[in-house]
Design a protein around this ligand. Structure first.
Ligand code: UGY
Ligand code: MN
Length: 264
């Protein structure tokens, strides 16, 4: 019998392979299904569970977490530090205050904040909200100033098809090709059956959140089955290819470090 066919008594779990899971941590990639990511709490946040997906301790050069903010929770006082940040609302309505202006971010709303931008992120609603927070040190380069803050929504972003393959689109949430940015956040979508033309191997690293659908990810030499809400970290030079499975479209939010030379 399949484990989902059992109805255990309250307080008990159905039989299953609890000692095995899809989570993997390798030298230059990791897969983390959400159910295995434990809760953290920070002194700067109230009524907020932090689920860290990536951190330098993993080998990543950035940190990323899902913030689960209860009604009335969020930053206790405005935050300002040397890190650039990207927020993406996964569920509920978030209130983001930057430069004295409070914006309401609906699901799929997002914001980019350059370093030293004081902000407050709060849940002023009666329902829990889920917000993805990315942060890392901004890499300044000569002749370019840091970009201005951006607050926007996925619906304002055009879908483009870079390689002409039927069934594939990119949504560039941050200005594409703008050399002031050292990061990209893109949503890549795949119609059933559309896949990469080649296995990619590149110097850039990725943080990936599956937004919808299901598929097989080649990471290094191994195939892994992934679906909505999974997180993947791909370190530099991790060979990668995605092949959607299932009947509907698949899409993921993808961080990539870009527009900067190698560091010796
Ligand atoms: O832009 C990228 O590097 C992208 N094609 N990689 C990926 O989806 N794993
Ligand atoms: Mn890639």
């Amino acid at each position: 019998m399949h484990p989902r066919d059992f109805t255990p008594r309250p307080g008990r779990l159905p039989p299953g392979a609890y000692g095995h899971n899809r989570g993997v941590v390798k030298r230059n990639y990791a897969i983390m299904p959400p159910e295995g990511i434990m809760d953290s709490y920070l002194p700067t946040l109230e009524k907020t569970i932090v689920r860290f997906q990536a951190a330098p301790a993993l080998g990543a050069r950035f940190a990323q977490a899902v913030l689960e903010i209860s009604p009335g929770g969020g930053t206790i006082k405005p935050v300002s530090d040397d890190l650039e940040r990207f927020f993406y609302v996964l569920g509920g309505t978030a209130s983001l205050t930057v430069g004295g202006r409070t914006e309401t971010l609906q699901p799929e709303g997002y914001a980019f904040l350059p370093p030293r931008t004081a902000y407050a992120l709060r849940n002023e609603t009666g329902d829990p909200i889920r917000v993805l927070e990315f942060k890392k040190p901004y890499q300044m380069v000569d002749d370019f100033s840091a970009p201005e803050p951006i607050v926007s929504h996925r619906s304002a972003v055009e879908k483009v098809n870079h390689n002409g393959t039927e069934g594939r689109t990119w949504e560039h949430l941050l200005p594409y090709g703008d050399m002031r940015f050292d990061i990209e956040f893109n949503i890549l979508s795949f119609a059933p059956g559309a896949y990469f033309p080649d296995v990619e191997t590149h110097v850039n690293e990725h943080g990936l959140v599956m937004l919808e659908g299901q598929g097989m990810y080649l990471l290094g030499e191994d195939w892994h089955e992934v679906w909505q809400d999974d997180f993947i970290w791909m370190g530099p030079y991790c060979p990668q290819l995605f092949y959607p499975t299932g009947w509907g479209p698949s899409a993921y939010l993808l961080y990539k470090d870009v527009n900067r030379d190698v560091v010796f």
